[in-house]
Design a protein around this ligand. Structure first.
Ligand code: ZN
Ligand code: ZN
Length: 324
């Protein structure tokens, strides 16, 4: 359980598209999208990429036989956001209860996708055997109260659709936009997208303490990947500044980007944020971000420093210290 007045965000998977396990990726991590959020006695999980496997193992270890309750929010059913679920061990026990939510109007499609990825052609065990998993439910179009957290949704710009979440607590507000292509291209309105969509997104993000945002590509890479549904570095910084976000974390790292390239991306981004209140970093599987109203802080992991320096020393990987 978290101490009162603090919300913690632990990245379990930060990679987009496909897991990318390689020594040169280990500082930021190779698992696909999964974020663990703790607030008081609540556990909220954002997406079920390959990172959810280790989270599940730790939950079982820490529960010591007690029931596990968690809420899983699914942004969409692309494989990199659901592929870890069959390996989420707490899902198999009737003692546990995992509630799953998707955006209003998408429950049926999400349920079908979860079922299909565990069809016999793909996996030896069926979804029905994951007895802790409750049928996918829908969030409200407006605001959904989940315990002491408020959750709002926004439709993102991504092939097949993707849902962004804004999660509000007394300790701070954060937004999670895992897969999103900018509505504007290099700061300019594009004929591909209505300007109203950009304005709506800015209002949705207004004043968040933490923005976890798809920034898969550099500007140069994006030029050849327009329409692929993913973020572009300068547009991510612009969006965060326009929305008045306090801290931007690049997320959904390209599987081909190693630690050094991710360091370079943040080095390019930081001067773009000069003159604003925005801090820019790269989401890392070895970091717990803590929001404590009115300040935002980071609990550094052993061997990894937060914020500075950008290039952290490569230390032997250690299990993150739990803060709850
Ligand atoms: Zn993705
Ligand atoms: Zn996607």
């Amino acid at each position: 359980m978290n101490e009162a007045g603090k919300i913690t965000v632990q990245f379990r998977g930060v990679r987009g598209s496909i897991p990318a396990s390689a020594p040169e990726n280990m500082r930021y991590g190779g698992n696909t999208s999964c974020v663990e959020i703790r607030y008081a006695d609540q556990l909220l999980i954002l997406d079920a990429g390959s990172g959810i496997r280790v989270l599940g193992d730790e939950l079982l270890q820490n529960a010591q036989g007690n029931p596990i309750e968690a809420t899983l929010l699914l942004s969409h059913s692309h494989w990199d956001h659901i592929q870890g679920l069959p390996f989420f061990a707490p899902g198999y026990s009737t003692d546990n209860r995992i509630t799953i939510f998707g955006e209003c109007g998408r429950a049926e499609q999400l349920q079908r996708a979860l079922d299909a990825q565990m069809a016999p052609e793909h996996f030896p065990v069926r979804l029905q055997q994951m007895r802790a998993l409750q049928p996918v439910r829908e969030l409200s179009r407006e605001t959904t109260k989940l315990g002491n957290l408020l959750v709002r949704t926004v439709r993102l710009n991504h092939p097949g659709g993707c849902t962004g979440f804004r999660i509000e607590s007394a300790a701070g507000h954060l937004a999670y936009l895992p897969d999103h292509e900018p509505y504007r291209i290099h700061g300019r309105p594009s004929d591909r997208n209505p300007e109203s969509a950009q304005r709506e997104l800015i209002e949705f993000l207004r004043g968040v303490d933490l923005l976890i945002l798809d920034t898969q590509y550099t500007a140069r890479e994006y030029a050849n990947r327009i329409g692929w549904g993913h973020g572009c570095l300068p547009d991510s910084v612009d969006l965060a500044i326009e929305a008045g976000a306090r801290r931007l974390l690049f997320f959904h790292h390209d599987p081909s980007h190693n630690d050094r390239q991710l360091d370079e991306m943040v080095e390019i981004a930081r001067p773009m944020a000069f003159g604003s209140q925005l801090l820019v970093d790269v989401a890392s599987e070895h970091e717990i971000v803590s929001l404590t109203s009115p300040n935002i802080g980071v609990i550094p992991m052993i061997g990894f420093s937060q914020l500075q320096p950008i290039i952290a020393p490569l230390a032997p990987l250690m299990r993150p210290e739990k803060v709850h």
